[in-house]
Design a protein around this ligand. Structure first.
Ligand code: FAD
Ligand code: 2HG
Ligand code: ZN
Length: 491
């Protein structure tokens, strides 16, 4: 953890401090065995640590109390009590967020959704799933697989993240290009406001134009206006055939040409087009020791997935796409997965980058939207800057191990990752706010899909103007007048 992660933050003295009486109330309400992890009346420090620290081991809070309500009614009672006592809270799902939003900054109470993990209903005719916020994404997808459907979102953290956390961050993931954003697929939700009001907007209707679409405000608001307790989401039929190709290219110009060719030739069956630069794949090799699927080394790699109803037909299309881009000199070399094991193995080269990097030290992460033609220039410019400043070199004495770029090419979403041997304030200062200025100049977004959390709390102005930020503050005041919901974060 970076010990000085929050140099400009001070605990808000208007918030109450957790007392022995508060803990007694929560224990009586939720049951002390499974629902409360308490460091106030007992020494529970060991159990509490995983809830205080984030996935990247970068941000660490100091809560003494973790609550695990088991129902919407319990969430309502917990929040009402906290609001009356002005006790600040942090909603937490699988704690896989990458911007430090899911952990406390000081002593905020963690309200974790892991005990709210029931599927409520599924309608095979409409494909609408209704489930508690704490259902793990992979569990929801498995449930749907048994019913020939799939969750319209997939991402590397699927084994731990909760669908409530996904909705609260408006996660994008690996197939947004095909299945769209959660702003479109989430049909309704249930949430609890800080004063305990249960907002029942759990519609299962595809169309509903009756005034403001208030559920949208919860999607991507990162736990700052209320706690999402259930989600209704439209799920597509599971494709009968899924194929994948992985290939190497010599330039970013060619990556763009390959993307255009994929859209043109694979059109309705294209379900993912992902980008990985050579250095990111080198770090995966370094971290996992796995053998790379291609013989030669290339500065860029892409993964293309198709999803359709006829495997032979789709494979034929994918093969002829690969043949055409290779004969046009766009793609240098490529492989197609021949079975499920190879399919999974090829995906690991893309999905596994974040985890592989996490084993090598710290990572500064920039999740940005930039017009496609400029997408990779950010990586080049960042690397040049850090090299000039003396942070990058060819031995272990330099703090930066690598500057890498990868991401969701089909969504113009780049993940610039600066891998460091350990977190280093000097390196951070060399990148920020330079990186945000770079993005602002190109009218990009400083957060494409991970949110702002605490990591980008000071930088919202690079992507939103003053009017928008003021409107957000006014809305926050309506929903959460005491400011107890996830304080010290971006709003
Ligand atoms: P948490 O981390 O627990 O919380 C995230 C935020 O939501 C916090 O601000 C928290 O306060 C709030 N929150 C959580 N639950 C609730 C709730 N019920 N009500 C209100 N607020 C709540 N993101 C992408 O967009 N695309 C990716 O491809 C992607 N890949 C990832 C791969 C890995 C290996 C990892 C570690 C992360 C990845 N992420 C990705 C980040 C992503 O945001 C999370 O994985 C996921 O969406 C967060 O879900 P969670 O349950 O872990 O939420
Ligand atoms: C991904 O696309 C995730 O793999 C994580 O959004 C990106 O770690 C990152 O920067
Ligand atoms: Zn991503």
């Amino acid at each position: 953890y970076t010990s000085d992660a929050y140099p400009n933050l001070k605990r808000n003295p208007e918030f109450g401090e957790i007392s022995v009486e508060d803990v007694a109330f929560f224990k009586q309400l939720l049951g002390s065995e499974s629902a409360v992890i308490d460091g106030v009346t007992t020494d529970a420090t060991d159990d509490i640590e995983p809830f205080n620290g984030d996935w990247m081991r970068k941000y660490r809070g100091h809560t003494k109390l973790v609550l695990k309500p088991g129902s919407t009614e319990e969430v309502s009672k917990v929040l009402k009590y906290c609001n009356d006592r002005k006790l600040a809270v942090v909603p937490q799902g699988g704690n896989t967020g990458l911007v430090g939003g899911s952990v406390p900054v000081f002593d905020e109470i963690v309200i974790n959704t892991s005990r709210m993990n029931q599927i409520r209903s599924f309608d095979p005719a409409s494909g609408v799933l209704v489930a508690d916020a704490g259902v793990i994404l992979e569990v929801a997808d498995q449930y749907l697989a048994e019913r020939d459907h799939m969750f319209p979102l997939d991402l590397g953290a699927k084994g731990s993240c909760h669908i409530g956390g996904n909705v609260s961050t408006n996660a994008g993931g690996l197939r947004l290009l095909r299945y769209g954003s959660l702003h479109g697929t989430v049909l309704g939700l249930e949430a609890v406001l800080p004063d305990g009001t249960i907002v029942d907007a759990l519609s299962t209707l595809r169309k509903n134009n009756t005034g403001y679409d208030l559920k949208q405000l919860f999607i991507g608001s990162e736990g700052t206006i209320g706690m999402v307790t259930a989600v209704s989401i439209i799920c597509p039929p599971r494709p009968k055939a899924v194929n994948v190709a992985y290939f190497g290219l010599e330039s970013f110009e060619q990556v763009q040409q390959a993307y255009l060719a994929a859209k043109g030739q694979l059109s309705e069956i294209l379900s993912a087009f992902e980008l990985m630069d050579g250095r990111s794949q080198g770090l995966v090799i370094e971290s996992t020791g796995n053998k790379h699927p291609l013989e030669g080394e290339y500065p860029f790699y892409c993964l293309v997935e198709t999803s359709g109803s006829n495997s032979e037909h789709d494979m034929e299309k994918l093969e002829s796409f690969l043949e055409s881009v290779m004969s046009d000199g766009i793609v240098a070399d490529g492989v197609l997965a021949q079975d499920e094991t190879q399919f999974q193995a090829l995906w690991r080269w893309r999905e596994g980058i974040t985890e592989a990097l996490s084993h090598l030290g710290g990572t500064y992460k920039y999740d940005v939207s930039i017009p496609l033609s400029d997408l990779y220039q950010l990586v080049e410019d960042c690397k040049a800057r850090l090299t000039e400043m003396g942070f990058v070199g060819d031995d272990d004495s330099f703090p930066v191990r690598a500057v890498v770029g990868y991401g969701h090419m089909g969504d113009s979403n780049l993940h610039l990752n600066v891998s460091v041997r350990q977190y280093n304030k000097e390196v951070e200062k060399a990148i920020e706010p330079w990186v945000y200025e770079w993005i602002q100049k190109r009218n990009g977004s400083i957060s494409a899909e991970h949110g702002l959390g605490v990591a980008k709390r000071e930088f919202i102005g690079y992507s939103q103007n003053e009017t928008m930020v003021n409107l957000m503050k006014q809305l926050k005041a309506v929903y959460d007048p005491n400011g107890i919901m996830n304080p010290y974060k971006y709003i």
